[in-house]
Ligand binder design. Structure first.
Ligand code: PLP
Length: 423
Protein backbone atom coordinates (compact mmCIF):
# COMPACT_ATOMS: atom_id res chain seq x y z
CA UNK A 1 0.00 0.00 0.00
CA UNK A 2 1.76 3.15 -1.18
CA UNK A 3 -0.45 5.92 0.15
CA UNK A 4 -3.17 5.88 2.73
CA UNK A 5 -5.79 8.55 3.35
CA UNK A 6 -6.26 9.30 7.05
CA UNK A 7 -8.77 6.98 8.69
CA UNK A 8 -10.40 6.40 12.04
CA UNK A 9 -10.35 2.74 12.97
CA UNK A 10 -13.19 1.26 15.05
CA UNK A 11 -12.92 -2.35 13.91
CA UNK A 12 -10.35 -3.83 16.27
CA UNK A 13 -12.34 -7.04 16.73
CA UNK A 14 -11.83 -7.73 13.01
CA UNK A 15 -8.11 -7.19 13.26
CA UNK A 16 -5.65 -4.86 14.93
CA UNK A 17 -2.87 -2.74 13.52
CA UNK A 18 0.58 -4.30 13.92
CA UNK A 19 2.36 -2.53 16.77
CA UNK A 20 5.60 -0.86 15.59
CA UNK A 21 7.53 -2.77 18.28
CA UNK A 22 6.13 -6.03 16.88
CA UNK A 23 7.12 -5.17 13.31
CA UNK A 24 10.62 -4.20 14.53
CA UNK A 25 11.01 -7.51 16.35
CA UNK A 26 10.00 -9.46 13.23
CA UNK A 27 12.23 -7.76 10.67
CA UNK A 28 15.52 -9.50 11.64
CA UNK A 29 13.79 -12.84 11.11
CA UNK A 30 12.62 -11.86 7.64
CA UNK A 31 15.99 -10.45 6.64
CA UNK A 32 18.68 -12.53 8.36
CA UNK A 33 17.22 -15.16 10.65
CA UNK A 34 15.67 -17.21 7.87
CA UNK A 35 17.28 -20.56 8.71
CA UNK A 36 15.02 -23.52 9.41
CA UNK A 37 14.76 -23.71 13.21
CA UNK A 38 14.99 -27.53 13.03
CA UNK A 39 18.36 -27.52 11.27
CA UNK A 40 21.52 -28.51 13.10
CA UNK A 41 23.92 -25.61 12.41
CA UNK A 42 24.59 -22.55 14.54
CA UNK A 43 22.54 -19.99 12.58
CA UNK A 44 19.54 -22.28 12.95
CA UNK A 45 20.07 -22.55 16.69
CA UNK A 46 19.58 -18.81 17.00
CA UNK A 47 16.32 -19.03 15.11
CA UNK A 48 15.25 -21.99 17.24
CA UNK A 49 16.01 -19.96 20.35
CA UNK A 50 13.86 -17.07 19.05
CA UNK A 51 10.94 -19.49 18.68
CA UNK A 52 11.53 -20.78 22.22
CA UNK A 53 11.64 -17.22 23.59
CA UNK A 54 8.40 -16.33 21.83
CA UNK A 55 6.77 -19.50 23.14
CA UNK A 56 7.77 -18.57 26.68
CA UNK A 57 6.22 -15.10 26.26
CA UNK A 58 2.97 -16.42 24.81
CA UNK A 59 2.83 -19.03 27.58
CA UNK A 60 3.34 -16.30 30.19
CA UNK A 61 0.43 -14.32 28.74
CA UNK A 62 -1.95 -17.16 29.62
CA UNK A 63 0.00 -18.52 32.63
CA UNK A 64 0.79 -21.80 30.90
CA UNK A 65 3.94 -23.87 30.65
CA UNK A 66 5.74 -23.23 27.31
CA UNK A 67 5.40 -26.96 26.53
CA UNK A 68 1.62 -26.49 26.58
CA UNK A 69 1.71 -24.00 23.67
CA UNK A 70 1.24 -25.21 20.09
CA UNK A 71 1.73 -22.54 17.41
CA UNK A 72 -0.86 -22.72 14.63
CA UNK A 73 -1.69 -20.61 11.58
CA UNK A 74 -4.71 -18.82 13.10
CA UNK A 75 -7.57 -18.94 15.59
CA UNK A 76 -9.70 -20.94 13.17
CA UNK A 77 -7.09 -23.69 12.96
CA UNK A 78 -6.72 -23.73 16.76
CA UNK A 79 -10.49 -24.20 17.25
CA UNK A 80 -10.71 -26.88 14.56
CA UNK A 81 -7.64 -28.65 15.98
CA UNK A 82 -9.03 -28.83 19.55
CA UNK A 83 -12.34 -30.29 18.41
CA UNK A 84 -10.68 -32.64 15.94
CA UNK A 85 -8.33 -33.96 18.62
CA UNK A 86 -11.17 -34.58 21.07
CA UNK A 87 -13.06 -36.62 18.46
CA UNK A 88 -10.05 -38.60 17.25
CA UNK A 89 -8.76 -39.48 20.72
CA UNK A 90 -12.23 -40.58 21.87
CA UNK A 91 -13.66 -42.41 18.83
CA UNK A 92 -16.59 -43.78 20.81
CA UNK A 93 -17.80 -40.23 21.57
CA UNK A 94 -19.56 -38.64 18.62
CA UNK A 95 -21.31 -35.64 20.17
CA UNK A 96 -19.95 -32.13 20.61
CA UNK A 97 -21.44 -29.02 22.22
CA UNK A 98 -20.86 -25.49 21.03
CA UNK A 99 -23.15 -22.45 20.82
CA UNK A 100 -25.27 -20.67 18.26
CA UNK A 101 -23.23 -17.47 18.62
CA UNK A 102 -19.74 -18.83 17.97
CA UNK A 103 -17.42 -17.50 15.30
CA UNK A 104 -17.85 -19.22 11.93
CA UNK A 105 -14.70 -21.18 12.83
CA UNK A 106 -16.94 -23.29 15.10
CA UNK A 107 -20.34 -22.88 13.44
CA UNK A 108 -19.12 -24.10 10.06
CA UNK A 109 -16.85 -26.80 11.51
CA UNK A 110 -19.88 -28.02 13.51
CA UNK A 111 -21.98 -28.12 10.33
CA UNK A 112 -19.17 -29.98 8.57
CA UNK A 113 -19.04 -32.57 11.35
CA UNK A 114 -22.82 -32.98 11.26
CA UNK A 115 -22.63 -33.87 7.58
CA UNK A 116 -20.11 -36.54 8.52
CA UNK A 117 -22.42 -38.17 11.02
CA UNK A 118 -21.43 -36.47 14.28
CA UNK A 119 -24.06 -34.94 16.54
CA UNK A 120 -23.60 -31.28 17.28
CA UNK A 121 -25.55 -29.23 19.82
CA UNK A 122 -25.56 -25.50 19.15
CA UNK A 123 -26.67 -24.10 22.50
CA UNK A 124 -29.07 -21.15 22.22
CA UNK A 125 -28.42 -17.90 24.12
CA UNK A 126 -30.61 -15.47 26.05
CA UNK A 127 -31.70 -12.14 24.56
CA UNK A 128 -28.73 -10.41 26.23
CA UNK A 129 -26.33 -12.88 24.61
CA UNK A 130 -25.66 -14.79 27.82
CA UNK A 131 -25.51 -18.56 28.16
CA UNK A 132 -27.89 -20.64 30.25
CA UNK A 133 -25.37 -22.66 32.21
CA UNK A 134 -28.02 -25.16 33.41
CA UNK A 135 -28.93 -25.88 29.82
CA UNK A 136 -25.27 -26.58 29.10
CA UNK A 137 -25.14 -28.98 32.04
CA UNK A 138 -28.28 -30.79 30.86
CA UNK A 139 -26.96 -31.03 27.30
CA UNK A 140 -23.80 -32.95 28.24
CA UNK A 141 -24.23 -36.65 27.46
CA UNK A 142 -22.13 -39.76 28.08
CA UNK A 143 -21.02 -39.58 24.43
CA UNK A 144 -20.07 -35.87 24.51
CA UNK A 145 -16.46 -35.60 23.37
CA UNK A 146 -15.91 -31.89 23.97
CA UNK A 147 -17.61 -28.65 24.94
CA UNK A 148 -16.24 -25.80 22.82
CA UNK A 149 -17.52 -22.35 23.81
CA UNK A 150 -16.17 -18.90 23.18
CA UNK A 151 -15.08 -16.75 26.08
CA UNK A 152 -15.90 -13.36 24.50
CA UNK A 153 -18.23 -12.83 21.59
CA UNK A 154 -16.61 -11.04 18.68
CA UNK A 155 -19.81 -9.22 17.64
CA UNK A 156 -21.27 -8.10 20.98
CA UNK A 157 -18.35 -8.56 23.38
CA UNK A 158 -20.60 -10.58 25.72
CA UNK A 159 -18.64 -12.93 27.97
CA UNK A 160 -19.50 -16.53 28.75
CA UNK A 161 -18.65 -17.70 32.32
CA UNK A 162 -15.73 -19.81 31.23
CA UNK A 163 -14.60 -20.88 34.70
CA UNK A 164 -18.07 -22.20 35.50
CA UNK A 165 -18.26 -23.90 32.12
CA UNK A 166 -14.89 -25.59 32.68
CA UNK A 167 -15.94 -26.69 36.18
CA UNK A 168 -19.10 -28.31 34.81
CA UNK A 169 -17.09 -30.10 32.12
CA UNK A 170 -14.59 -31.35 34.71
CA UNK A 171 -17.36 -32.65 36.94
CA UNK A 172 -18.78 -34.58 33.98
CA UNK A 173 -15.41 -35.79 32.69
CA UNK A 174 -15.77 -33.95 29.38
CA UNK A 175 -13.00 -32.03 27.60
CA UNK A 176 -13.43 -28.25 27.56
CA UNK A 177 -12.14 -25.86 24.90
CA UNK A 178 -12.53 -22.11 24.83
CA UNK A 179 -12.12 -19.78 21.89
CA UNK A 180 -10.44 -16.89 23.69
CA UNK A 181 -9.46 -15.12 20.46
CA UNK A 182 -11.08 -11.81 21.48
CA UNK A 183 -9.74 -11.69 25.04
CA UNK A 184 -5.94 -11.20 25.19
CA UNK A 185 -4.86 -7.80 26.37
CA UNK A 186 -8.48 -7.06 27.34
CA UNK A 187 -9.00 -9.67 30.06
CA UNK A 188 -6.54 -11.47 32.31
CA UNK A 189 -6.09 -15.03 31.06
CA UNK A 190 -4.96 -17.65 33.55
CA UNK A 191 -5.43 -21.15 32.16
CA UNK A 192 -4.66 -22.65 35.56
CA UNK A 193 -7.49 -20.86 37.31
CA UNK A 194 -9.91 -21.18 34.38
CA UNK A 195 -9.30 -24.92 34.20
CA UNK A 196 -9.92 -25.51 30.49
CA UNK A 197 -8.17 -28.29 28.53
CA UNK A 198 -7.74 -26.24 25.35
CA UNK A 199 -7.67 -22.50 24.63
CA UNK A 200 -7.30 -20.72 21.28
CA UNK A 201 -5.68 -17.36 20.56
CA UNK A 202 -4.98 -15.49 17.34
CA UNK A 203 -2.14 -12.97 17.18
CA UNK A 204 -3.84 -10.52 14.84
CA UNK A 205 -6.28 -9.49 17.55
CA UNK A 206 -3.30 -8.51 19.71
CA UNK A 207 -1.38 -6.04 17.52
CA UNK A 208 0.61 -8.76 15.76
CA UNK A 209 0.21 -9.94 12.15
CA UNK A 210 -2.41 -12.24 10.67
CA UNK A 211 -1.50 -15.86 10.02
CA UNK A 212 -0.29 -16.94 13.44
CA UNK A 213 -2.25 -18.38 16.34
CA UNK A 214 -1.81 -20.78 19.19
CA UNK A 215 -3.58 -23.61 20.92
CA UNK A 216 -2.99 -24.18 24.60
CA UNK A 217 -3.13 -27.91 25.29
CA UNK A 218 -3.18 -28.68 29.00
CA UNK A 219 -0.41 -30.97 30.15
CA UNK A 220 -1.31 -34.67 29.96
CA UNK A 221 -4.31 -34.04 27.68
CA UNK A 222 -4.38 -36.66 24.94
CA UNK A 223 -3.74 -34.92 21.65
CA UNK A 224 -3.85 -35.89 17.98
CA UNK A 225 -2.47 -33.35 15.51
CA UNK A 226 -4.78 -31.75 13.00
CA UNK A 227 -1.96 -31.03 10.54
CA UNK A 228 0.09 -34.16 10.18
CA UNK A 229 3.67 -33.90 9.01
CA UNK A 230 7.04 -33.28 10.60
CA UNK A 231 7.96 -33.39 14.26
CA UNK A 232 7.54 -29.63 14.79
CA UNK A 233 5.70 -28.35 17.87
CA UNK A 234 6.66 -31.54 19.75
CA UNK A 235 4.84 -33.60 17.15
CA UNK A 236 1.59 -31.72 17.61
CA UNK A 237 1.57 -29.69 14.38
CA UNK A 238 3.47 -30.50 11.24
CA UNK A 239 4.96 -27.76 9.07
CA UNK A 240 8.08 -25.59 9.31
CA UNK A 241 7.48 -22.88 11.88
CA UNK A 242 6.45 -19.39 10.72
CA UNK A 243 9.36 -17.87 12.61
CA UNK A 244 8.91 -14.10 11.96
CA UNK A 245 5.24 -14.31 12.88
CA UNK A 246 5.94 -16.42 15.96
CA UNK A 247 8.50 -13.82 17.06
CA UNK A 248 5.93 -11.07 16.43
CA UNK A 249 3.33 -12.95 18.47
CA UNK A 250 5.84 -13.27 21.32
CA UNK A 251 6.55 -9.53 21.23
CA UNK A 252 2.82 -8.72 21.22
CA UNK A 253 2.31 -11.02 24.21
CA UNK A 254 5.14 -9.26 26.03
CA UNK A 255 3.61 -5.85 25.29
CA UNK A 256 0.23 -7.05 26.49
CA UNK A 257 1.78 -8.25 29.74
CA UNK A 258 3.55 -4.97 30.27
CA UNK A 259 0.72 -2.52 29.98
CA UNK A 260 -1.79 -3.08 27.23
CA UNK A 261 -4.12 -4.42 29.86
CA UNK A 262 -4.11 -1.14 31.78
CA UNK A 263 -4.64 0.60 28.43
CA UNK A 264 -7.99 -1.10 28.31
CA UNK A 265 -9.18 0.93 31.31
CA UNK A 266 -8.74 3.95 29.06
CA UNK A 267 -10.32 2.15 26.10
CA UNK A 268 -13.35 1.24 28.22
CA UNK A 269 -13.86 4.93 29.08
CA UNK A 270 -13.68 5.85 25.40
CA UNK A 271 -16.13 3.07 24.48
CA UNK A 272 -18.53 4.13 27.23
CA UNK A 273 -18.43 7.78 26.14
CA UNK A 274 -18.99 6.81 22.54
CA UNK A 275 -21.90 4.53 23.42
CA UNK A 276 -23.67 6.80 25.88
CA UNK A 277 -23.42 9.77 23.52
CA UNK A 278 -24.87 7.77 20.62
CA UNK A 279 -27.75 6.55 22.78
CA UNK A 280 -28.42 10.07 24.02
CA UNK A 281 -28.13 11.92 20.71
CA UNK A 282 -29.65 9.47 18.26
CA UNK A 283 -33.18 8.26 18.93
CA UNK A 284 -34.27 4.65 18.37
CA UNK A 285 -30.88 3.16 19.19
CA UNK A 286 -30.22 0.12 21.39
CA UNK A 287 -27.17 -1.70 22.66
CA UNK A 288 -27.07 -5.39 21.79
CA UNK A 289 -25.89 -7.65 24.59
CA UNK A 290 -25.38 -7.42 28.32
CA UNK A 291 -23.78 -4.04 28.96
CA UNK A 292 -21.96 -5.11 32.12
CA UNK A 293 -20.70 -8.56 31.31
CA UNK A 294 -18.79 -7.81 28.13
CA UNK A 295 -15.42 -6.83 26.72
CA UNK A 296 -14.27 -3.29 27.54
CA UNK A 297 -13.81 -2.31 23.89
CA UNK A 298 -16.94 -3.46 22.07
CA UNK A 299 -20.23 -1.70 21.43
CA UNK A 300 -22.82 -3.25 19.13
CA UNK A 301 -25.61 -0.77 18.44
CA UNK A 302 -28.94 -1.23 16.68
CA UNK A 303 -30.04 1.80 14.67
CA UNK A 304 -33.69 1.41 13.82
CA UNK A 305 -34.98 2.24 10.33
CA UNK A 306 -31.59 2.08 8.60
CA UNK A 307 -29.46 -0.57 6.92
CA UNK A 308 -26.08 -1.04 8.59
CA UNK A 309 -24.44 -1.52 5.19
CA UNK A 310 -25.55 2.00 4.16
CA UNK A 311 -24.31 3.45 7.46
CA UNK A 312 -20.94 1.75 6.99
CA UNK A 313 -20.63 3.00 3.43
CA UNK A 314 -21.24 6.61 4.46
CA UNK A 315 -18.91 6.25 7.45
CA UNK A 316 -16.25 4.90 5.09
CA UNK A 317 -16.64 7.97 2.89
CA UNK A 318 -15.49 10.11 5.79
CA UNK A 319 -12.68 7.71 6.71
CA UNK A 320 -14.36 5.81 9.54
CA UNK A 321 -13.93 2.02 9.65
CA UNK A 322 -16.53 -0.03 11.54
CA UNK A 323 -18.44 -3.18 10.71
CA UNK A 324 -21.79 -4.87 10.94
CA UNK A 325 -20.47 -8.09 12.47
CA UNK A 326 -17.74 -10.58 11.88
CA UNK A 327 -15.30 -9.68 9.10
CA UNK A 328 -15.60 -13.31 7.98
CA UNK A 329 -19.25 -12.75 6.98
CA UNK A 330 -18.88 -9.27 5.40
CA UNK A 331 -20.63 -9.16 2.06
CA UNK A 332 -23.22 -11.74 3.11
CA UNK A 333 -26.82 -10.54 2.92
CA UNK A 334 -27.75 -12.75 5.84
CA UNK A 335 -28.34 -10.89 9.08
CA UNK A 336 -25.81 -11.72 11.80
CA UNK A 337 -26.35 -15.24 13.20
CA UNK A 338 -25.27 -13.89 16.60
CA UNK A 339 -27.94 -11.19 16.71
CA UNK A 340 -30.58 -13.55 15.31
CA UNK A 341 -29.72 -16.09 18.04
CA UNK A 342 -30.33 -13.29 20.56
CA UNK A 343 -33.83 -12.94 19.17
CA UNK A 344 -33.51 -9.80 17.04
CA UNK A 345 -35.76 -9.67 14.00
CA UNK A 346 -33.87 -9.83 10.68
CA UNK A 347 -34.92 -6.21 10.13
CA UNK A 348 -33.39 -4.97 13.36
CA UNK A 349 -30.34 -7.20 13.02
CA UNK A 350 -29.61 -5.60 9.63
CA UNK A 351 -29.46 -2.17 11.26
CA UNK A 352 -26.70 -3.04 13.75
CA UNK A 353 -23.18 -1.64 13.70
CA UNK A 354 -20.26 -2.90 15.76
CA UNK A 355 -17.72 -0.39 17.01
CA UNK A 356 -14.67 -2.10 18.48
CA UNK A 357 -11.95 0.08 19.92
CA UNK A 358 -8.31 -0.63 20.56
CA UNK A 359 -5.27 0.79 22.27
CA UNK A 360 -4.53 3.16 19.39
CA UNK A 361 -7.92 4.91 19.59
CA UNK A 362 -7.92 8.40 21.06
CA UNK A 363 -10.47 10.92 22.35
CA UNK A 364 -10.05 12.70 18.99
CA UNK A 365 -11.16 9.55 17.12
CA UNK A 366 -14.28 9.32 19.25
CA UNK A 367 -15.04 13.03 18.77
CA UNK A 368 -14.68 12.58 15.01
CA UNK A 369 -17.06 9.62 14.97
CA UNK A 370 -19.57 11.43 17.17
CA UNK A 371 -19.43 14.42 14.84
CA UNK A 372 -20.18 12.37 11.71
CA UNK A 373 -22.48 9.57 12.84
CA UNK A 374 -25.63 11.51 13.86
CA UNK A 375 -25.99 13.37 10.52
CA UNK A 376 -25.41 10.10 8.62
CA UNK A 377 -28.19 8.33 10.54
CA UNK A 378 -30.46 11.37 10.11
CA UNK A 379 -29.82 11.49 6.38
CA UNK A 380 -30.47 7.78 5.92
CA UNK A 381 -33.62 7.88 8.00
CA UNK A 382 -34.94 10.78 5.96
CA UNK A 383 -34.86 8.65 2.83
CA UNK A 384 -35.63 5.29 4.45
CA UNK A 385 -38.91 3.60 3.58
CA UNK A 386 -38.43 1.68 6.85
CA UNK A 387 -38.88 4.86 8.85
CA UNK A 388 -42.40 5.43 10.22
CA UNK A 389 -41.58 9.16 10.38
CA UNK A 390 -40.79 9.26 6.66
CA UNK A 391 -42.69 12.21 5.11
CA UNK A 392 -44.20 9.95 2.41
CA UNK A 393 -45.48 7.45 4.90
CA UNK A 394 -49.10 8.49 4.60
CA UNK A 395 -48.79 7.50 0.93
CA UNK A 396 -47.85 3.90 1.54
CA UNK A 397 -47.94 1.10 4.01
CA UNK A 398 -44.70 0.93 6.07
CA UNK A 399 -45.22 -2.73 6.96
CA UNK A 400 -45.69 -3.62 3.29
CA UNK A 401 -42.51 -1.68 2.45
CA UNK A 402 -40.61 -3.57 5.14
CA UNK A 403 -41.96 -6.92 3.89
CA UNK A 404 -41.02 -6.06 0.30
CA UNK A 405 -37.56 -5.06 1.45
CA UNK A 406 -37.13 -8.43 3.23
CA UNK A 407 -38.32 -10.18 0.08
CA UNK A 408 -35.87 -8.23 -2.13
CA UNK A 409 -33.01 -9.20 0.16
CA UNK A 410 -34.08 -12.86 0.17
CA UNK A 411 -34.32 -12.80 -3.67
CA UNK A 412 -30.88 -11.23 -3.96
CA UNK A 413 -29.49 -13.85 -1.59
CA UNK A 414 -31.10 -16.69 -3.59
CA UNK A 415 -29.78 -15.26 -6.84
CA UNK A 416 -26.29 -15.00 -5.34
CA UNK A 417 -26.51 -18.62 -4.12
CA UNK A 418 -27.67 -19.82 -7.54
CA UNK A 419 -24.83 -17.98 -9.25
CA UNK A 420 -22.35 -19.45 -6.79
CA UNK A 421 -23.68 -22.97 -7.49
CA UNK A 422 -23.57 -22.35 -11.26
CA UNK A 423 -19.97 -21.14 -10.96
N1 PLP B 1 -12.80 -16.78 17.03
C1 PLP B 1 -13.18 -15.52 17.23
C2 PLP B 1 -14.02 -15.19 18.41
C3 PLP B 1 -12.81 -14.52 16.33
O1 PLP B 1 -13.21 -13.26 16.51
C4 PLP B 1 -12.01 -14.88 15.22
C5 PLP B 1 -11.63 -13.86 14.22
O2 PLP B 1 -12.33 -12.91 13.98
C6 PLP B 1 -11.64 -16.21 15.08
C7 PLP B 1 -12.04 -17.15 15.99
C8 PLP B 1 -10.79 -16.66 13.92
O3 PLP B 1 -9.48 -16.23 14.05
P1 PLP B 1 -8.53 -16.20 12.77
O4 PLP B 1 -8.95 -15.05 11.93
O5 PLP B 1 -7.15 -16.04 13.32
O6 PLP B 1 -8.71 -17.51 12.10
Amino acid sequence: MSSQAPFYYFDNNATTRVAPEVAEAMIPFLRDGWANPSSAYRIAHEVHKAVDDARAKVAALVNADPKEIVFTSCGTESNNAAIHSALVTQPDKRHIITSAVEHSANINFGEYLRKRGYEVTFLPVESDGSLDIHLLEKSIRPDTAIVSLMWANNETGVLFPIEEIAAICRSKGVLCHTDAVQTPGKLKIDVKSIGVDFLSLSAHKLYAPKGIGMLYVKRRTRYQPYIIGGHQERGRRGGTENVPHIVGFGKAAELAMSGLQSEYQRVRKLRDRLESTILREISHTFVNGDRENRLPNTSNIAFEFVEAEAVLMLLDQVGICASSGSACTTGSLDPSHVLMAMGLTPMRARGCVRFSLGVYNTETDVDYLLQHLPPIIRKLREISPLNPAHPDNDKYDVEAARAKHEQDLADAQRQGDEQAVAA
